[in-house]
Design a protein around this ligand. Structure first.
Ligand code: XIL
Length: 347
């Protein structure tokens, strides 16, 4: 899969960084401007249809229709797929939480992994094995108190990586987290906790190939501390992992200014973040968490009331404008910034 991802006509050569976006299966069926933008991606990530609660809401009755739709589409168009995510507390079905806490039997996790990894072996190139495991405020030693951590102890991240590697030795394995980019005590503590975890995993030879920084930017958190972020990325890379920006988008600080000013603020902030990321050779890919503001999880009423497949007129001024395209698929300045950063040929 990975090699064919580079053969597409997106203006980049093999070896260059890959660009991608989170998608929903209902976006893949129509001949729309959104689909045109999706087809310029190298990597697709199921926005939420790949989560455990989405594939196995009821125990023992997994349903892969949505996952298959995304994987099949990507395969047809020569794109790679990133599995998101095998373990994520928020998207773990209630029955699984209860079972893990009651039995403390790792086979609950193994069965879930065994449903997915062999099924998509060779078709899903990389997997986020554990999502959002860091918590320095209410966690224990920097690790979030999840059902997994409670049931299996602090080494569950290593156990998950080993189990995933056993089931699909070819797959590249990732962990992924948020709130790592700003100059404040929480982000600083989270950076240190993630770095400690990665150092520990790599020192023990646990199969971890890449670390995802989600990159949900928040303009209200102030400027990107570029030197600090660069050092953090370098420290991670020094442990031997590759890096990825996995869920890039931006939460605006002020939605009451003229649109051009708002879009410039988002673009400048994104630029400042990407300048650091693109300077770090270990960063292999940039994925935005969606493409159009119409389908962004950052909207107050997302995702249900902003009908996912509707192309009806929408008041774009009311929306957060944190993705490359507006609600009508007009490219914004953020798209120019991304294009320049990724060297995608201008459409
Ligand atoms: C969000 C999706 O965008 C929403 O549609 C869904 O309802 C909840 O999850 N961090 C992650 C992503 O790792 O999976 C989240 O995506 C956004 C925050």
């Amino acid at each position: 899969m990975a090699s064919s991802a580079f053969s597409r006509d997106n203006g980049r050569d093999a070896g260059q960084r890959r660009y991608g976006a989170a998608v929903r299966p209902d976006q893949l069926v129509d001949d729309t401007p959104l689909l045109t933008a999706i087809r310029r991606c190298d990597i697709l990530v199921p926005e939420y249809h790949g989560q455990w609660s989405a594939v196995e809401w009821r125990k023992g009755e997994p349903w892969y229709g949505n996952y298959d739709a995304i994987v099949n589409f990507a395969e047809t168009h020569g794109m790679a797929v990133r599995g998101h995510a095998l373990i994520w507390e928020k998207m773990t079905p209630d029955w699984a939480r209860a079972e893990m806490l009651e039995k403390r039997d790792w086979r609950t996790v193994t069965r879930h992994f065994a449903d997915l990894l062999p099924r998509y072996s060779g078709r899903i190139a990389d997997w986020i094995v554990v999502n959002e495991m860091i918590d320095t405020e209410d966690g224990e030693n920097g690790l979030r108190r999840t059902s997994f951590q409670r049931a299996y102890g602090k080494d569950y991240v290593a156990m998950a990586l080993l189990t995933a590697n056993g089931l699909d030795p070819q797959a590249r394995l990732m962990i992924n987290d948020y709130a790592l980019c700003y100059d404040n005590p929480v982000d600083e503590a989270r950076r240190n906790a993630l770095l400690r975890l990665v150092e520990n995993l790599k020192a023990r030879g646990i199969p971890l190939h890449s670390v995802g920084l989600q990159g949900h930017l928040e303009l209200a958190k102030g400027a990107i501390p570029q030197a600090r972020l660069a050092r953090f990325m370098a420290d991670l890379a020094d442990t031997g992992v590759k890096l990825a920006v996995t869920e890039l988008d931006a939460i605006e600080a002020d939605r009451h200014r003229p649109l051009a000013e708002r879009d410039a603020a988002v673009a400048d902030h994104t630029q400042s973040f990407l300048d650091v990321a693109m300077d770090q050779p270990a960063v292999e890919s940039i994925v935005t968490w969606g493409l159009s503001d119409r389908h962004s999880w950052l909207q107050e009423n997302a995702p249900d009331t902003l009908a996912a497949v509707s192309h009806a007129p929408i008041d774009g001024k009311r929306l957060n404008r944190g993705l490359p395209f507006d609600a009508d698929m007009k490219p914004k300045r953020m798209q120019v910034v991304l294009n320049d950063a990724m060297r995608i040929q201008r459409a």
